[in-house]
Design a protein around this ligand. Structure first.
Ligand code: NAD
Length: 370
């Protein structure tokens, strides 16, 4: 049986608290011999700055390069508000994404039946929702040059951001989306703004070409990103996989996320290129939420986004899809039994702490393996 090499980077605030609940699962899975892991831990963000005056060290980066999967908590907090900009906690996260070439951001939006009431939309619109947003993460308008503010000398300034996409960037993100769709509902919706943006014209053209060349078995639809946003809140269940650029993906994934209730429930994955020699790809898994300094250290954090992120690592990096299914089932069972952390609490439910929630997920996982 393969041994999977994990690098755990808990980070700051509630990061270490929610990571402890993943470690609980890892230890049990390993002890049972269901899968084998070697785990290392490292510092990132404010914790790394306190120790080394850097948001991540070269030594930790080297361990990240060597890991089969990186499991990341969250970084940041008021304690580090005044550190130099280039050493701010978020710079550690950005370096990981950049140096590891993590160009594909996967954000599932799953609505557990037990939590359908937490959504701002009607139960029938969101119950059973299961969509995947694939966002291009390393290109587009957030990185394109020129990126400047120029003084025009007449009392006016001009701010410029530049949206750039090359064919290869669109091809590789499209492939991630089509490959995922094959393992899910077999449908991809590509979103751009080809009506007003040249990069949108190219995006649509390249996605269509990749589909025609390599993925004719998958259903492909195109939507303008603005109307896609409307459709997401009108009838989100029409979607399976949505693929889109960095900017639209940022917005659309946040909209999709809120369909499902709380930030404490949302996992994500960031994937790099497949290495032609090993067949493996660099990958980092992290909850969508931040370090939540307002509740840190109080046992109030919901660990389910972190646990679901670990589940994504099992599925997308470690080829342990059956185990990932069981982790998902265990979380759904705990929610169905009425256990809730404060962020998703509602009338008649049982309030639990971070560790009680983690313990309950493990109890369900044990039952599923009994
Ligand atoms: P946040 O996600 O940390 O918190 C927003 C709100 O959601 C808070 O009220 C918080 O208590 C709640 N919340 C978040 N996660 C929760 C969980 N698991 N369980 C229960 N409640 C939860 O966002 P913020 O307050 O804007 O940012 C706080 C810090 O986190 C900042 O320093 C920010 O820069 C950083 N941040 C980091 C990341 C990351 O590491 N990927 C992402 C976003 C924000």
């Amino acid at each position: 049986m393969a041994t999977h090499k994990l690098l755990l980077l808990p980070g700051d605030g509630i990061g270490p608290e929610v990571m402890a609940e993943v470690v609980r699962l890892i230890d049990w899975i390993d002890a049972q011999g269901i899968a084998h892991f070697t785990t290392e831990s490292g510092l990132v963000g404010g914790a790394a700055y306190d120790a080394d005056q850097l948001p991540i060290t070269d030594a930790t980066m080297a361990r990240a390069e060597a890991a089969d999967a990186i499991i990341f908590g969250a970084v940041g907090g008021p304690k580090w508000d005044s550190v130099p900009y280039e050493h701010r906690p978020e710079a550690g996260l950005l370096r990981l994404r950049k140096d590891l070439g993590l160009f594909a951001n996967l954000r599932p939006a799953v609505c557990y039946p037990a939590l359908a009431e937490s959504s701002s939309l009607k139960r029938e619109v969101v119950e059973g929702l299961d969509i995947m947003i694939v966002r291009e993460l390393t290109g587009g308008v957030y990185f394109g040059e020129p990126k400047t503010i120029t003084d025009l000398g007449n009392g006016q300034k001009r701010g410029i951001d530049t949206q750039i996409y090359d064919t290869y960037e669109i091809e590789r993100i499209a492939r991630v989306a089509f490959d995922l769709a094959r393992k899910r509902g077999n449908k991809v919706t590509s979103m751009e703004k080809h009506n007003v943006m040249k990069s949108g014209v190219l995006w649509k053209e390249v996605v269509t070409q990749v589909h025609g060349r390599e993925y004719t078995d998958v259903k492909l639809e195109h939507q303008l990103a603005d109307s896609g946003g409307m459709q997401l809140v009108k009838w989100p269940k029409q979607f399976d996989v949505i693929v889109t650029d960095n900017l639209f993906g940022d917005l659309l994934s946040d909209i999709a996320a809120m369909l499902t209730g709380s930030l404490g429930m949302l996992p994500s994955a960031s994937l790099g290129e497949v290495n032609a020699n090993t067949g493996k790809r660099k990958a980092m898994y992290e909850p969508v939420h931040g370090s939540a300094p307002d509740i840190a250290g109080q046992g109030k954090a919901n660990p389910l986004a972190m646990i679901a992120s670990f589940g994504m690592a099992l599925r997308y990096s470690l080829e342990l899809g059956d185990l990932a299914d069981k982790v998902d089932q265990a979380m759904a069972a705990v929610l169905a039994k009425g256990l809730r952390t404060a962020d998703v609490m509602s009338d008649g439910m049982t309030a639990v702490s971070t560790s009680q929630m983690g313990e309950a997920v493990l109890t369900e996982l044990k039952a599923l393996h009994a």
